[in-house]
Design a protein around this ligand. Sequence first.
Ligand code: AMP
Length: 273
Amino acid sequence: MDKKPEEDPYVRDPNKPWSLADFEIGRPLGKGKFGRVYLAREAKSHFVVALKVIFKEQIEKYKLHHQLRREMEIQTSLRHPNILRLYGWFDDDERIFLILEYAHGGELYGLLKENGHLTEQQAATYISSLSQALAYCHGKCVIHRDIKPENLLLDHESSNKRKTMCGTLDYLAPEMVENKDHDHAVDNWTLGILCYEFLYGNPPFEAESQKDTFKRIVKIDLSFPATPNVSAEAKNLISQLLVKDPSKRLSLTKIMQHPWIVKNADPKGVCLI
Ligand code: AMP
């Protein structure tokens, strides 16, 4: 099949799967837990993608075959402007290659670190884009469960890197920290955490040790510092999301209708999850 960049380039003849020879590899974009991500372009069409290389040995070591396959199947099936596309994948003896939509803005975390915190307009725009993407996922019975700034990629300029954030509890809802049953409302909780972090520069329940973060989350030990000066409407939205009872958290539809979002979000803004 001829590939044109403006069309979906990765609907491929199943008898002619992709291979590394189809791509020209460019600069590294980042390093994740299980491999590296490179800027790449498809050799014929010059369609630019991000190529994620995952070593099979790592996947085997951590017994993640099923999880990876499931995530790949889900991500391939999702089509939303705020959700990063997975166009396809291929493998060789040692590696799995994921052909991903390229997010040229880098991680949202970079923007946050550069500026200390975001403006109310930026924060509202990202929360609104994320709510739209999550409403789409929840409609398909997909719960994200792992929203955090380094998993949010931007479609405009910015880059930087968070130092270490292994196994942080900061973004987890109380029911997950306490190992209870959970549903899609864990994502609504995380939107509250993110909204706070966007506006203040740190997640609300940050503490010296994981144990203390755990305690603060479970108690909902939430306070709003005097600086930076954040509007009462933003605090109102955060307080309606960081609620212990998952069924009492503001719904995604209500987030999108919240006066703070309506007043501040740029309807054209995009953020990719
Ligand atoms: P990951 O293994 O998914 O955590 O990716 C490692 C890093 O590579 C991320 O933190 C991003 O900085 C970068 N990265 C991953 N996927 C993409 C993409 N599709 N476009 C641009 N950069 C990416």
